[in-house]
Every structure is written in C-alpha cells, then in structure tokens.
Design a protein around this ligand. Structure first.
Ligand SMILES: [Mn+2]
Length: 429
C-alpha cells in the first residue's frame, strides 16, 4: 500500500538523476583520496533508521496557542498514513513510536495490520502521566510516579503496565517513561522523598517489563515544572538506570539540557558505562525541545554522532541505542519537517562515518589540538548529500523528498478528506 504514487517519485527522480550521478562520482573521488570507500559509507547510511513519533505528524503548539494545519490526522490510523509518507520518501523511518492514551484503540489487531500494510513497525511505547485522561480517578496535577498520594502513584504505575501490554501485542520492545513531575516553588516538595517515591514506582513498573524489553527514562531540566523536576539531568537519569537494573537505560533528548551543555560528552559517558538507551532528536536555541533536528546547531548533532560512530566502530559493550525524532511543528508542514529531520540525522551519521579516526587518535596522543579539531571539521565540512540521496533513491525513495512530497500533492489530498480542526488554546507537549 503506497501513500505516494511510485510514478510521481520516479518522475521527480528522473529529473535529478543525472546531476546526482555526477555529484556522487565526484564525492567518491574526493573520499577515495582520503582513503574512504563511498559505497561502504552509503551502505551504512542505507541501513540506518530513526523512528518517527506518532504525535509529530500533527501540528504542535505553544503555551499560547495551537494553529492546526490543513489535513490534520484525526486518529492513529491517519497518523500512520502520514508516517508512511515520510518513510516512503526518505526510506529512513520504518518505525513509529506510539503515545498512550493518545493512540489508544479498541482494536489492536487492526492497528497492527494497518502498520504492516504500510510497511511500518512499532518502536518504543510512550506512557503519559503528565496529563489527565478523561475520566481518570486521580489527577496528575501534582505529579504521577512521585506523587505524595499512594493511590495516584499506583494509578500511574498501572498506566505504564498497560502501555507494556499494548506494546507487546504490537511488537514493541521498549517503554519510554517521561514524567512531568516537579515543582514551581522552593519547598513545594522534598527532593529526597519525591525521588524515593519515583524510584519505588519505577521499580514496580520494571517488575512488569518482559525479559526482552528495555525501559528508558528521560531527563528534562524544566517544563512543565519550572523550579525543579524529579528527573532533571543525566546524573539523576543514570542513578535511575543503575537502581532499576540491566534492562533500564537513559534516554537523551537533545532539547532537555541547559544552553551550552556538552551533550556529546554526556553521550560518551553513558556509552562508557553501558547505559545509553537512545535519543530523542530535536534542536533548541534557548530551551525546550521543539525545533527541527539540526536546524539550529548541526555541528552539535554531528559531534553527538561522532561519539556514536566511535562507539559503533570500537564495538562498545551493550551499545544499541534507539533513535527517535521528538519535536513539535508549529510553522511548517509536520511531514516536511520530519522528512528533513530524518535526513539531518542521516547526514550527521554519514559525517561521523567519514571522520579519520586513526588520524584523530594520533593527534590526540600528540597533543595536537589544532589538527585534532581540524580532523573533525574536515568530516563536518564535507557535503555528504549525494550519499544520502543515492541511498534513498536505491531504496525506492526520493532524491529530494520535500520536492517529491509537494509534487505528489499529499497535503491537499488529505485536507480534502479530513475535516478541518478548529484552533485551540494553549497546551503543549
Ligand atoms: Mn523527548
């Protein structure tokens, strides 16, 4: 089942094929002079995959307002179709990450079938105890897994267990837990007791985790709480993973750090101690986690991937991070943003692959700071687009995904089929 006509992709590619062949050959010559086999890099890029979040295909919002776009997905089945568009054109996003209860359906079999028909699998399950579901007994206004009230904590644990059960039926192998728990005022909660309650609740969830599953905890320094969060940074996140056990790992969301924090170094540390679970890719300028991956600081994204490739090549023990996009789209077509972001992570990966690691290690040992940094820059400055485009085309995708998407008129088509959504007030994720 194709969401985008193969003919449109073929026609769009035909217009760009000649230039791509010539650019690829030229880049191949350049890389060969540096001792790099371009086809080997292309094969690795082709095998790379990043998951798309189901909630990402809808327009996001800020605390002020949400301005829905045309053809907004109405439910998880619409969302899967939009996700399939992204994969058909980029060939880099074969899985979707669900959010419960937003994506809850009565017929899980139908959901699984729909995914299979579209060629999509299901990535990590995401629980939601940061907002109240209609009709739930206890409110999460003052927290969930760390709530002072035992019944509220129990309800939050049960919700996570339900997410595991749904995920099992869909073929997922991981649960991501992010909580909105925190405080707005000094003294509002006791740091130690809150964290004790959180750990106790997480241990209860962990006991329900199947043996072949992993559980990811995600840290975030602020929002929705502005004074303190219960899982505020990677140090706390690491403590959680250590306390819970070998199936527990830390998830790094690039946007959940203070400005200028050395995220690539955090990544290196978590890899070294076997606790890097994966990523939520996005970008930010001042705070938050909503901008398109690589749109603000592509060098930082590259430096993160430099650590990942380093770990991959030295076969670091237990290294198998899950990659997912997690961003909110307010002024772009979400499908276009997600396609571009998937391409940006592929680009950072390709650039990481062409770092001359032997030379780098030599410069490091010789204390040649200038040439060490130049070695990374040489990879980052290389325009690897021909590698990405060739990998996409050979896999049946588009040389230029956004151009092919626009040529296919998908947004206009779904805008006619799906009723317009009325703009809403504040409320963000
Ligand atoms: Mn995230």
């Amino acid at each position: 089942m194709n969401m985008i006509s193969r003919d449109v992709i073929a026609a769009e590619n035909a217009r760009r094929e000649g230039a791509l062949k010539s650019d690829y050959a030229h880049l191949g010559e350049q890389l060969a002079r540096r001792g790099i086999d371009i086809d080997a890099v292309k094969r690795k890029v082709a095998a790379y995959a990043v998951a798309v979040p189901s909630w990402g295909v809808g327009t996001g919002g800020t605390r002020f307002a949400r301005f829905p776009g045309a053809g907004e997905p109405r439910n998880i089945f619409d969302k899967l179709e939009d996700c399939a568009v992204i994969h058909e054109l980029t060939r880099a996003t074969p899985t979707v990450s669900l959010h419960i209860p937003w994506d809850k359906v009565s017929d899980l079999g139908a959901l699984k079938e729909k995914g299979a028909a579209l060629g999509l699998g299901f990535d990590a399950m995401n629980s939601n105890t940061f907002s109240d579901a209609p009709g739930q007994e206890h409110s999460y206004k003052f927290g969930s897994l760390s709530h002072a009230d035992a019944a509220t904590r129990r309800q939050a644990v049960e919700h996570n267990v339900e997410c595991i059960e749904i995920g099992r039926k869909l073929g997922s192998k991981a649960l991501t837990v992010w909580i909105g728990d925190g405080t707005n005022f000094p003294g509002q909660a006791d740091f130690t007791r809150s964290f004790e309650r959180y750990l106790e609740a997480m241990k209860a969830i962990y006991r329900h985790l199947p043996d072949d599953w992993r559980i990811f905890s995600e840290h975030k320094m602020f929002e929705p709480a502005f004074y303190s969060t219960v899982v505020q940074d990677w140090g706390t996140n690491y403590l959680i993973a250590k306390e819970l056990g070998e199936k527990a790992y830390c998830l790094v969301d690039l946007g959940h750090h203070a400005p200028n924090v050395n995220i690539e170094m955090i990544v290196a540390r978590l890899i070294q101690f076997g606790k890097l679970g994966g990523f939520h890719f996005n970008d930010s300028k001042y705070g938050d986690d909503d901008l398109d991956t690589g749109s603000i600081d592509p060098y930082r994204l590259f430096l993160v991937f430099n650590e990942l490739v380093n770990a991959e090549e030295r076969k670091a023990e237990g290294f198998a991070p899950a990659h997912m996009l997690d961003q909110s789209h307010n002024v772009t077509d979400p499908i276009e943003s997600l396609m571009r972001s998937a391409t940006e992570v592929c680009r950072a990966y390709a650039q990481g692959l062409i770092v001359d690691r032997e030379a780098l290690a030599g410069y490091q040992d010789d204390n040649d700071a200038l040439m060490a940094s130049e070695t990374l820059k040489a990879a980052f400055r290389t325009d690897v687009e021909p590698i990405l485009a060739m990998a996409r085309q050979e896999a049946g995708g588009a040389i230029d995904p956004v151009a092919a998407y626009r040529a296919a008129g998908y947004r206009t088509k779904v805008a006619n089929e799906r009723p317009a959504v009325v703009g809403g007030g504040g409320g963000i994720v």
